[in-house]
Write a protein that binds this ligand. Structure first.
Ligand SMILES: Cc1cc2nc3c(=O)[nH]c(=O)nc-3n(C[C@H](O)[C@H](O)[C@H](O)COP(=O)(O)O)c2cc1C
Length: 192
């Protein structure tokens, strides 16, 4: 069944085996499913993209970029979990955003079909005491530039290597509650 405005897309900004951010995405997906939402989980490993700008390619020449952009376009709400690399968003996620920001055949420049007026919620997990917080400020800036509606709620999970219980859920009820608030907020904006 095709995705709809009320459906939620969830994706981590990295593809490391055992990724803490992928685990956090799993928690958000569980919450969304408990709320009765239809969800789609994506992995960037299924969309191997060339390095943006390295070759003179248009998005129409990169089927993986077109496919990823179509997935984002078809959902009203998106939750991204980004690892923090050197205080910023991962190169892999920035690369994917840069590709998806390109107009495809027939689109005017700066149409931003994958982002414009879509609701985005940002989370991060890191073994550090700050949980990847600095990377999310930059991700918010990037997404706002491509005209996404990024909800004010945000969650960074510190010491994330010990934040999940045996069932993969956030062990701290306060963090789990904040994640549920974020999921609800994204879907409220997506449906508005
Ligand atoms: C090159 C590099 C830079 C990193 N920079 C940061 C950083 O600035 N802040 C941070 O909290 N963690 C940093 N880390 C640690 C990762 O964020 C941490 O390993 C995290 O678990 C990665 O996310 P993942 O588990 O979803 O792959 C860095 C790791 C690498 C390899």
């Amino acid at each position: 069944m095709a995705a709809a405005r009320g459906d939620l897309l969830l994706m981590a900004g990295g593809i490391r085996s055992g990724s803490l951010n992928e685990r956090l995405i799993g928690c958000a997906a569980d919450i969304a499913n408990d709320l009765g939402l239809r969800t789609t989980r994506l992995s960037l490993s299924d969309y191997p993209l060339p390095l943006f700008g390295a070759e003179a390619l248009t998005i129409d020449e990169v089927p993986e970029a077109l496919a990823l952009k179509a997935m984002f376009r078809s959902h009203g709400g998106v939750i991204l979990a980004s690892p923090e690399h050197n205080g910023s968003v991962t190169a892999m996620l920035k690369n994917a955003i840069d590709w998806m920001s390109c107009p495809s055949r027939g689109e005017a420049p700066q149409t931003y079909g994958a982002f414009r007026r879509k609701a985005f919620g940002l989370v991060s997990a890191s073994s550090s005491p700050f949980g990847g917080l600095r990377g999310l400020s930059q991700l918010r800036h990037i997404l706002t530039t491509v005209q996404a509606l990024v909800v004010p709620e945000q969650l960074s999970v510190p010491h994330a290597h010990r934040a999940f219980d045996a069932r993969g859920r956030l062990a701290d009820p306060m963090l789990a509650g904040l994640l549920a608030d974020l999921v609800r907020s994204v879907m409220e904006v997506a449906r508005a």
